[in-house]
Design a protein around this ligand. Structure first.
Ligand code: NFK
Length: 248
């Protein structure tokens, strides 16, 4: 199916039969991507008394329980509720699912023992005045991102000033291939998350951050139609499947 749509006054098309999935799937066990010091996710037959929800073990159907943490184990979209005492649900935050997005690629800069995405670096790369959604692929970009064990590795993160620039450029939905936009160990400061959601300025409760994406090499930097779908769970974050479509 080819769809025609408008971005502002510009008429464009996209082929819905050519989706580019940029999610990391969830699988059972230690091969799954992991962060935040938690055990691997589990997908296993439901057990109750002498019932085991597996056809191989005599049940009429396969009937698995799934145990995972959206922040630790899978591509997930999160809302302001990730960092506020009030319960806020991503399922109430995101009410439409197609966005005008740009994909950019950056090599985080070394700063002491850290690797950071800085404001300067973003200023050099961001050519548009305004963005609705921004997808950031970091280098090196290998399939290792699909099952990396991130705990205690101090992954790259965004500086507060970098996030302020994204807010200035109107970015409502930010997607990154890292476990977090903040430093792994920052004593709970969460400066980048707070800057993005405007906790010390104008609050941006409709904005979302999607972490743990994986953008394969063959997808070129540029402009896309982005679809973000997620499981309708009332929680600060939910596992999501962002998909890009070429705009032409
Ligand atoms: N850096 C924070 C922890 C943190 O950022 C975090 C902890 C658990 C799950 C997700 C986190 N950050 C992510 O988006 C800290 O050191 O307290």
């Amino acid at each position: 199916m080819i769809i025609s749509f408008k971005i502002g006054e510009r008429s464009v098309e996209a082929d819905l039969n050519q989706p580019m999935d940029i999610s990391i799937p969830l699988r059972s066990g230690p091969e799954n991507v992991n962060a935040w010091y938690v055990d691997p996710p589990r997908i296993e037959p439901h057990r109750e008394g002498d019932f085991t929800g597996s056809i191989r073990e005599g049940a009429s159907t396969n009937f698995n329980d799934i145990s995972f943490n959206p922040h630790a184990h899978v591509t997930h979209t999160e809302c302001l509720g990730h960092i506020t005492p009030e319960n806020q649900s991503v399922n109430q935050t995101l009410k439409h699912f197609f966005f005008h997005a740009w994909l950019i690629t950056l090599a985080p800069e070394k700063k002491g023992d850290d690797h950071i995405i800085s404001r300067k670096q973003l200023e050099r790369t961001l050519k548009e005045d305004r963005y609705e959604a921004l997808v950031i692929r970091t280098l090196p970009n290998t399939r290792g991102k699909l099952n990396r064990q991130y705990s205690h590795t101090n992954p790259p993160y965004f500086t507060e000033e970098a996030m302020e620039l994204l807010v200035e450029r109107g970015v409502e939905h930010l997607l990154v291939d890292l476990p977090s936009v903040d430093r792994e160990k920052d004593e709970g400061k969460l400066l980048a998350h707070k800057a993005f959601w405007g906790l010390n300025a104008k609050m941006r409760p409709g904005s979302t951050i999607t972490e743990f994406i994986y953008v394969p090499h063959m997808i070129e930097d540029g402009e896309y139609l982005l679809e973000i779908q997620f499981a309708p769970i009332e929680n600060d974050a939910s596992p999501s499947r962002p998909v890009l479509y070429k705009i032409r």
